[in-house]
Design a protein around this ligand. Structure first.
Ligand code: SF4
Length: 372
């Protein structure tokens, strides 16, 4: 599927035009390996898609290739490369893997309406002549969805990822995309999780699509997830910065498969779609990192499935406080449970940066047992 799409889109010609005949341009391929989890769980890019890209590029005479990624804070990219099948790809096709978590960085002053913001980008970004983004179309417990625009976060250092959360995520994600131009996008819409960024509830779609506009790509992803684009703040901000257009009515969409046949085989989105939003009604979030928030959501999901979440929230009136905004704040109220090291001054605190899903789940379960 990937090779057929790339041939139809004539990616090789786009690379030649952008790099203007440069001998051996460096082509960066950026998958989403947020966490060491195989693609079938719905969080990470299928290595088969990247393999298709490598085969196509080599067939077209491009051999100076680099697969680059940095997992989220709390996980190691090297493990994700190994578990997700990229180590094998690297050896088989002799394409190096580059861990952006280990890279140096350089500051970039954003332009125009974001000029008060200086971002730090991984140094490797400045070496890439042509960037191919290979995101997974999936839901996200903080930003509703993630696809092309948010996947660029893998190209900033960990310290900057934390800072993005302290800045509210949406504005810096839009600003980041005004600093890094992704030249081509291959979207993995095989089985992304419509609810959680780290997967676990894959929804099979068996689709791949390509695009040159990251904003249009994300608007299309919203449609697939039945989300109104205006609910995704960074998408609207990116459009206002001129990064691309959300207007799907103006888009020229070419289907290589028969849409009527495809529609027949699609299962509807699950009724519990956007479950993460429903679960977090008792969460007091203030600038939390994705990994931290996600571990909390998954722990709450487990408690909810066991019928325990309502005991915590309705009978014990617990609230879950999470995020960098709580640093230095103390709280003696036992009902306010601090999640992570940022809330270490809370009397009830679950330590870790981030604390694991198991740690949160076990702590809350013991808290119920001790109190009831
Ligand atoms: S404790 Fe959580 S919110 Fe605070 S810095 Fe660590 S991962 Fe981020």
């Amino acid at each position: 599927m990937t090779i057929r799409l790339l041939r139809t889109a004539d990616l090789a010609e786009k690379i030649r035009q952008k790099t203007q005949g440069k001998e051996a341009p460096l082509i960066g391929i950026k998958p989403n390996l947020v966490t060491p989890s195989p693609a079938q769980f719905g969080a990470t890019t299928h290595p088969e898609i990247v393999e298709g890209i490598l085969l196509y590029l080599k067939e077209q005479g491009f051999h100076n290739l680099l697969i680059l990624e940095g997992s989220w804070v709390g996980d190691q990219t090297a493990q994700a490369f190994e578990y997700c099948g990229y180590q094998r790809l690297s050896e088989q096709y002799e394409v190096p893997l580059f861990d952006t978590q280990k890279d140096t960085s350089f500051p970039v002053r954003c332009s125009d309406s974001m000029k008060d913001l200086t971002l730090h980008l991984c140094s490797c970004v400045s070496r890439i002549d042509f960037l191919i983004n290979v995101p997974v179309l999936k839901g996200h417990c903080q930003t509703r969805m993630t696809c092309a625009l948010k996947n660029m976060k893998g190209l900033i250092p960990n310290s900057e990822k934390r800072r993005f959360h302290s800045l509210g995520l949406h504005r810096p994600i839009a600003a980041l995309n005004s600093c890094i131009r992704q030249d081509f996008i291959v979207v993995d819409h095989i089985c992304g999780d419509p609810d959680f960024e780290e997967g676990g509830n894959p929804l099979i779609r068996n689709r791949i699509f390509v695009s040159e506009d990251p904003v249009l790509t994300d608007a299309y992803a919203c449609r697939e997830l039945e989300i109104v684009p205006t609910e995704v703040e960074y998408l609207m901000l990116s459009q206002s910065l001129g990064i691309g257009s959300c207007d799907l009515n103006e888009a020229l969409i070419t289907a290589l498969s028969d849409p009527a046949e495809e529609d027949k085989s699609q299962t509807p989105l699950p009724a519990l779609m956007h479950k993460s939003l429903r679960l977090n009604y008792a969460t007091e979030e203030l600038e939390s990192c994705s990994a931290c928030y996600s571990c909390l959501t998954q722990a709450l999901n487990r408690l909810d499935e066991e019928g325990l979440l309502r005991i915590l929230t309705d009978k014990m009136h617990c609230r879950f406080c999470i995020g960098q905004g709580y640093r230095g704040q103390s709280c003696k109220d036992q009902a306010f449970i601090g999640i992570g090291n940022c809330t270490r001054s809370f009397q009830k605190n679950i330590p870790g940066c981030p604390p694991s899903e198991d740690d949160i789940y076990n702590f809350l379960k013991s808290f119920i047992s001790a109190s009831c």
